[in-house]
Design a protein around this ligand. Structure first.
Ligand code: PHB
Length: 552
């Protein structure tokens, strides 16, 4: 990397840079730093872009599934996480070390995290959070200034003179850490160079309330087989339980044992298994351009698409490989890579390109906290609008279903259903798809102990009959329940599966039984319902690639 003297102005974009790609990234960063959502006028202010430009950028990002537009507001959408997923899959650290970190958090009953160096910051790539409400907890993709963290001194111990110069420059230019929206204002000064020297000597580092009063951490380096620091492993606690030094005494031996296991996992890692290429992207952007015309900025879509060429087994790509993976012309891919390199999202070394941790700054922190009901809400709303009936999401809770999301268009029930409402699983369509999705043994066990009471004259109460009904539900992939929960009510439900194929929830549409016959319900509503569930599953697969998505 070229070194810049402390007083030199930041270099402007190279002549080949793609301006619309730079603008699109500015919008995504503005939305990320704002916590995921802004009005379009606030986007205008945050980015300095003209309103007409903001509108076109937002329309393009919406078409890509990266933002959602609701009236005047733009909100980051789950699909955007595919960019950060490309980076995390390429570096493999969460896949190879995440389970080790989770086991350590269980053993210590403290939060544990993995962070990588990102310029003069650190970025989290994995979080096993046990944090009690006392202090703020960081998200995957959050950027912290090196000097206020445990991991920072371990990365800085390997810095070149140029990297130190850049750090000093940033400290002088941004004394209050405004460039780090994830951290509270600086409340004390500690000699960083001295901390780095000590970390180099001791092989560990402490964060004694450098982020905020009360928050303490102890950190050790995890080395890659080539000897460089691959990432930093931290145990994090609060002064109500530990001082910085008592945390070190309590956890350092176990941190070191975990590092041994992690370094072995890196040495003995199985060869990466590259997934399928993102398909026909160039054709998709071309088609969108034809459809949306001036409202679609093709060069922005193509530029972002370049990031998705990377992934497991595709961590270092040549220009030709990027062009091939995306279906873009070489010249187009080249200009996108030059732009992304200029912005710090890609590094180039000996003709190969790699993603940098900064890619996580495109939406990952706010989106990594998304829950299943939040993922489902817009899809349920669209479904309810299409079928003109209420759409809901529920989870199985003991022998009941419990509503976790609901979009009501009319009241078809005598009781008012809200999030949290429970019904017996056996008499509801959502309950039946979830019971049908259970492993055989568990399904039989539940049926054996369930008390099947008749809620209407039509409720199936015979265990053998219910078992046969569930077999049919499992075979057909949906459940239709007619007036078994309440007279006059018909509902149809499908399962919602996670990326491993496990049924984690159910989605349904409920209606007055006079509105449609059962046959019409299957012919008209089921395809729409299944399509909505497919969209929920697709989003859940992207969000759940590297995070555990809360089901409620
Ligand atoms: C965290 O994982 O939240 C964490 C790690 C190291 C720090 C501070 C916070 O120094």
């Amino acid at each position: 990397m070229p070194s810049t003297s402390p007083s030199a102005p930041p270099p402007g974009p190279p002549p080949e840079a793609v301006a619309p790609l730079m603008r699109g990234i500015a919008v995504l960063r503005g939305l990320t730093d704002a916590g995921g959502s802004l009005s379009l006028s606030a986007v205008e202010r945050a980015t300095g872009l003209a309103r007409a430009t903001v509108d076109r950028v937002a329309a393009t990002l919406a078409r890509m599934g990266y933002v959602r537009l609701d009236g005047r507001d733009a909100t980051l959408a789950p699909r955007l996480m595919e960019l950060g997923n490309a980076y995390l899959a390429a570096i493999r650290l969460p896949d190879l070390l995440g389970a080790h970190a989770d086991a350590l958090a269980d053993a210590l009953d403290e939060s544990v995290s993995l962070a990588v160096g990102d310029g003069d910051g650190i970025r989290f790539v994995h979080q096993a959070t046990r944090r009690r409400a006392m202090s703020l907890s960081f998200r995957i993709g959050d950027l912290l200034p090196v000097e206020r963290t445990g991991p920072g001194p371990l990365f800085a111990a390997e810095w070149t003179a140029a990297e130190w110069a850049r750090w000093r420059e940033r400290r002088a230019a941004d004394p209050e850490d405004r460039g780090f929206p994830a951290v509270p204002p600086r409340h004390r000064e500690v000699d960083f160079e001295e901390r780095v020297a000590r970390a180099r000597e001791q092989g560990w580092a402490l964060d004694d309330q450098l982020i905020e009063p009360g928050l303490v951490a102890v950190t050790v380096p995890v080395r890659a087989p080539d000897g460089g620091v691959a990432c930093a492993l931290s145990a994090v606690s609060h002064t109500s339980r530990h001082s910085a030094s008592s945390l070190r005494d309590a956890t350092l031996p176990r941190l070191r044992a975990a590092v041994d296991g992690m370094e072995r996992a890196l040495r003995e890692a199985p060869p990466p298994r590259p997934g399928p290429h993102p398909d026909a992207l160039a054709a998709w952007t071309g088609g969108s351009k034809q459809e949306l015309g001036r409202g679609f900025i093709e060069s922005l879509a193509r530029g972002l698409t370049v990031l998705t060429a990377f992934g497991e087994g595709r961590d270092a790509l040549t220009l030709s490989a990027v062009a091939e993976a995306t279906g873009l012309a070489r010249a187009t891919a080249r200009r996108a890579l030059i732009t992304l390199e200029h912005l710090g999202y890609v590094t180039a070394y000996e003709r190969t390109f790699r993603l940098t941790p900064r890619v996580l700054g495109l939406g990952y922190p706010p989106l990594s906290r998304t829950t299943l009901p939040a993922i489902a809400a817009p899809h349920l709303a669209a479904l309810a609008t299409r079928v003109h009936d209420s759409a809901s999401l529920a989870v199985l809770d003991g022998d009941d279903i419990r509503y976790t999301a609901r979009v009501a268009t009319s009241r078809v029930m005598s009781v008012n259903i809200t999030v949290g409402t429970r019904f017996p699983a056996y008499a509801t369509s959502m309950g039946r798809v979830m019971l049908a999705g259970l492993p055989g043994g568990e399904r039989r066990e539940r049926l054996a102990r369930a008390e099947l009471t008749a809620l209407t004259p039509y409720t199936v109460t015979d265990p053998a009959e219910l078992a046969a009904v569930l077999d049919g539900v499992a075979a057909r992939g949906y459940a239709l329940v007619d007036e078994e929960l309440e007279e006059g009510l018909r509902s149809i439900a499908v399962p919602v599966r996670d990326r491993a194929g496990t049924v984690v929830a159910a989605a349904n549409v409920a209606m007055h039984s006079v509105r449609r016959s059962a046959e019409e319900c299957v012919a008209q509503v089921l395809p729409e319902l299944r399509a909505a569930a497919d969209r929920i599953e697709a989003d859940l697969a992207v969000v759940g690639r590297f995070t555990r998505v809360p089901l409620e």
